[in-house]
Design a protein around this ligand. Structure first.
Ligand SMILES: Nc1ncnc2c1ncn2[C@@H]1O[C@H](COP(=O)(O)OP(=O)(O)O)[C@@H](O)[C@H]1O
Ligand SMILES: [Mg+2]
Length: 168
């Protein structure tokens, strides 16, 4: 059963970074986070925030637009940041090793629609929408399967609005 979507208004980049920080504390290898939204919606910003919060030594986090995948060794496990926008065919998903990474790594996947039937059933889906205010983003979180219920129990607008500016 799909959980009722959780909707959060992110009023600044800092809000988005805070949410990424919160989520990163609940991520472990085997988790897949699907990032949906138009170009400029904030998918890469969110993924980059998760990766940077999880690194002991800060590394550059380039967009995987051309490389399709960038991998990082972090405190919380290996992170795969994928951007499937330019992927030609579904076969390439297996060639990239992504289906294996879904089991063994934390996978943050932009433009996941091409995954089709390869989409992990227990993935967390985050949909970002731009708003009239250029600094605002409407975020919708969806998931199915019980593994996210407890982890996301504390995620709501009030908790985010109460986040200290340093993201802790
Ligand atoms: N609240 C916000 N959350 C995320 N990004 C924001 C926000 N407000 C402004 N931005 C800006 O929007 C842009 C999002 O770009 P990016 O993350 O590359 O988008 P995408 O990967 O979805 O194409 C960045 O320049 C970021 O600084
Ligand atoms: Mg992007």
């Amino acid at each position: 059963m799909t959980h009722k979507p959780l909707k959060i208004l992110l009023k600044s980049e800092q809000d988005t970074a805070n949410l990424a920080h919160r989520l990163s504390r609940h991520l472990a290898p085997g988790d897949v986070v699907l990032l949906i939204g138009e170009i400029g919606a904030g998918k890469s910003f969110f993924a980059r925030s998760i990766i940077q919060f999880s690194q002991d030594i800060a590394e550059d986090v380039p967009s995987p637009t051309y490389t399709l995948v960038q991998t990082y060794t972090t405190r919380i496990g290996e992170i795969w940041h994928a951007d499937l926008y330019r992927l030609g065919a579904t076969d390439e998903i297996i060639e990239l090793g992504l289906t294996e990474a879904f089991q063994d790594a934390i996978c943050l996947v932009e433009w996941p629609a091409i995954l089709g039937t390869l989409t992990p059933r227990d993935a967390l889906t985050l949909t970002f929408k731009t708003m009239p205010d250029p600094n605002h983003r409407q975020l919708e979180m969806n998931w199915s399967g019980p593994s996210w219920d407890d982890r996301l129990a504390g995620f709501d607008q009030a908790a985010l609005d109460g986040s200290p500016q340093n993201g802790c």
